[in-house]
Design a protein around this ligand. Structure first.
Ligand SMILES: Cc1cc2nc3c(=O)[nH]c(=O)nc-3n(C[C@H](O)[C@H](O)[C@H](O)COP(=O)(O)OP(=O)(O)OC[C@H]3O[C@@H](n4cnc5c(N)ncnc54)[C@H](O)[C@@H]3O)c2cc1C
Length: 403
């Protein structure tokens, strides 16, 4: 059996290794368009590679996939985050789990993961061809014929696994569309929010551990840590909104109103009662000298100013209107978002080959026999935290079984 793996990233390597382990007599070849293999794995997690997440239950784990949740749930029973951890540990890569459940190699260096994958590929005698871009793919008798750029030779395969990663533009997936696949439009996911110049940017670096952020005129809400940056807002709560809202925010052209509840307390009345309690119990103190919810001093002073109150006023002097203004700014602060910005260098594409076109048990195309899919080329993507690489390992493994 001749097997072609198109794409030398995480999903392609995992598919190739699995295919060769399952079909030891097959010829397995990875064809990579560029001269670099596993480039994203190398860059991942800021060079440390957040290869998966330690989340205990599959039901909970798959909540991290705004797209592809149902399919991931099915596939993870065959290859889960636990399988990933055991796979790397068994091949001599010790792992560590951070307090936020993100898993990294103990070396804190993505090279450990890259080296391990290369070692397996070499050990299994999987061939690797660089600088090979597909020009044409078609059926010939019972085989799949592939023509690559810069060569007249035609290659014939029994099975082909497509692991070409996410494409930021639909054009990049045209060749798969031409084979009959439906393409869900690619749009960016995992980004941060930009605002026009605003006083809040002076608070860059401040993290609010549990802010509730929502996007006006949508039902997008997320509650997690919020980071103030010099261009706007970042942190897990913003990245989650950008991932869950990838399509809606794209349709809004990244222009929308972000609401921030700085307290993490959902109920406005509870916030107001707390402010009244402070007014009564800390009456002799200046407003800026008693910070509700343990707000950082600079943020609290900023919020008092934004509510048009004098920070050196005493709590006892606060009027009913002052209490209302403070409660409102804590519960309902708003910012006009004017664009998106990168999250570190990490980006993920939402969209790709529609999952309706794929057999959910095998990841074989329903449109093109003996063609399988793995990784970000599929319409699966997750939030930050190791979920995207786990999708590459899981789908790479299942596609590599070639069932
Ligand atoms: C900077 C950065 C940091 C990240 N950090 C993390 C992290 O810490 N944890 C996490 O879970 N996720 C992270 N991600 C996301 C994660 O890396 C990707 O989701 C994952 O690598 C996707 O793997 P893939 O194999 O599907 O695609 P890719 O890694 O994109 O690999 C696809 C390969 O196919 C090749 N290719 C494309 N078209 C063709 C063609 N026509 N013919 C031949 N070859 C082709 C490409 O050149 C590429 O080498 C990060 C992403 C980035 C960009």
């Amino acid at each position: 059996m001749d097997i072609a793996i198109i794409g030398g990233g995480a999903a392609g390597f995992f598919a190739a290794i699995t295919a060769k382990e399952q079909h030891p007599f097959a010829n397995v070849t990875i064809f990579e368009k560029t001269n670099r293999l596993l480039a994203k794995v190398k860059m991942s997690g800021g060079g440390r590679c957040n290869l998966t997440n330690a989340c205990d239950s599959i039901d909970e784990f798959v909540e991290a996939y705004p797209r592809g949740k149902r399919l991931m749930k099915k596939l993870m029973y065959s290859f889960s985050n636990k399988h990933t951890m055991n796979w790397f540990i068994a091949r001599g890569v010790p792992l560590v789990t951070q307090s936020d459940n993100c898993i990294f190699p103990q070396s804190q260096n993505s090279e450990s993961i890259v080296d391990c994958l290369f070692e397996e590929v070499n050990k299994l005698r999987i061939k690797v061809k660089l600088a090979k871009t597909i020009k044409e793919i078609s059926k010939k008798d019972n085989k799949i014929k592939i023509l690559f750029d810069n060569t007249k030779n035609e290659y014939l395969f029994d099975k082909v696994i497509i692991a070409t990663g996410g494409s930021p533009k639909r054009d990049g997936l045209l060749w798969l569309e031409n084979l009959g696949h439906t393409i869900s439009d690619p749009v960016p996911s995992l980004f941060t929010f930009k605002i026009q110049r605003d006083e809040i940017s002076k608070l860059q670096g401040i993290v609010i551990p549990d802010a509730i952020c929502s996007i006006q005129s949508t039902n997008l809400v997320s509650s997690d840590a919020l980071l103030i940056t010099d261009w706007g807002f970042s942190g897990p709560t913003i990245l989650k909104l950008s991932s869950y809202g990838a399509r809606i925010l794209n349709e809004m052209n990244y222009n929308f109103t972000l609401r921030i509840n700085w307290s993490g307390v959902k109920d406005y009345n509870q916030i107001k009662e707390y402010i009244i309690q402070i007014k009564n119990e800390e009456s002799a103190k200046q407003i800026n000298n008693f910070r509700p919810y343990n707000f950082p001093t600079r943020l609290w002073v900023y919020l008092i100013n934004k509510a048009n109150l004098n920070p050196s006023k005493k709590w006892i002097e606060a009027t009913q209107s002052d209490v209302n203004k403070l409660s409102s700014i804590i519960a309902n602060d708003t910012y006009q978002i004017t664009g998106r910005a990168k999250f570190k260098e990490e980006f993920v594409t939402c969209g790709g080959v529609s999952l309706n076109n794929i057999n959910p048990n095998t990841l074989e195309s329903k449109k093109f026999k003996n063609m399988y899919f793995a990784g970000e080329v599929l319409d699966i993507d997750g939030i930050t935290g190791g979920y995207n690489l786990q999708a590459a390992w899981t789908t790479g493994y299942i596609a590599g079984l070639l069932k």
